[in-house]
Write a protein that binds this ligand. Structure first.
Ligand code: PGA
Length: 255
């Protein structure tokens, strides 16, 4: 079974509520009828309800950018899977910005992934090495360990997603080469196979993320191991994001 490509928009800490509504309306208008690609918008928590409303009844799905690993209780300022499950199909976990600015550990990612899965939310587990780790030949070891630990508590579900996002490519305008991205996504698939079996690993979508644009997306999604993208900066412009989705659909059809 070929894997349906997935393009996820990570709006990060951008957009006011009014801006999010407007962006969502425009994006949904542009991409709702594009077939052959799964589309997910991940706005800030505060705008998830409004974006879900804009996407309701369309092919566009909604995700969150993070969540806590407890379901409820005295955790001031946190948001749980119970709060997200009615609105979100996906949740981004372990993004490099969360790992670096908020000290998120692999163990926290593993716990969050389990709680997401238990509540019917598909985790998008982000992994990726720093520039220093790549330069010192540690990229493979670092990413393999992040994958192993990130998936350590969950069971196999074909809907789960992993995103390879080298830290040096995120927001830098310097994407990884398609060769490196493909090789690292292949490594991730191997790690998934070691836990879930290689046939199951073949069903899981593995995304590339880091300075993806409408111009370079085709080079990524035409590779055997890359099943879509997690898009930051370029997802904040409706037309550019729509072009990424459309170019993914045509690249997938061409394979
Ligand atoms: P970018 O971000 O597309 O702006 O590089 C990607 C991400 O952080 O998911």
């Amino acid at each position: 079974m070929p894997r349906t490509p997935l393009i996820a928009a990570n709006w990060k800490m951008n957009t006011t509520l009014a801006e999010a509504k407007e962006l969502a309306r425009n994006v949904v208008g542009f991409i709702a009828d594009v077939t052959g690609v799964d589309k997910v918008l991940c706005p800030p928590f505060i705008s998830i309800g409004a974006v879900a409303k804009a996407a309701a009844g369309t092919s566009v799905m909604v995700g969150a950018q993070n969540m806590y690993f407890e379901e409820q209780g005295s955790f001031t300022g946190e948001v749980s899977a119970l709060m997200l499950k009615d609105l979100c199909r996906y949740v981004i976990l372990g993004h490099s910005e969360r790992r670096s600015f908020f000290r998120e550990t692999d163990e926290a990612v593993a716990r969050k992934a389990l709680v997401a899965q238990v509540n019917g939310i598909q985790p998008i587990i982000c992994v990726g090495e720093t520039a220093h780790e790549r330069q010192s030949d540690r990229a493979v070891g670092v990413v393999a360990a992040q994958v192993r630990q990130g998936i350590s508590r969950i069971s196999f579900d074909p809907g789960m997603v992993v995103a390879y996002e080298p830290v040096w490519a995120v927001g830098s305008g310097l994407p990884a080469s398609p060769e490196i991205a493909n090789e690292m996504c292949g490594l991730i698939r191997k790690e998934l196979g070691a836990k879930f079996g290689s046939e199951n690993a073949e069903a899981v979508r593995i995304l590339y993320g880091g300075s993806v644009t409408s111009k370079n997306i085709g080079d990524f999604v035409s590779r055997r191991q890359i099943d879509g993208a997690l898009v930051g900066g370029a997802s904040l412009q409706a037309e550019e994001f729509a072009a990424i989705v459309r170019n993914t659909a045509s690249a997938a059809r061409a394979v």
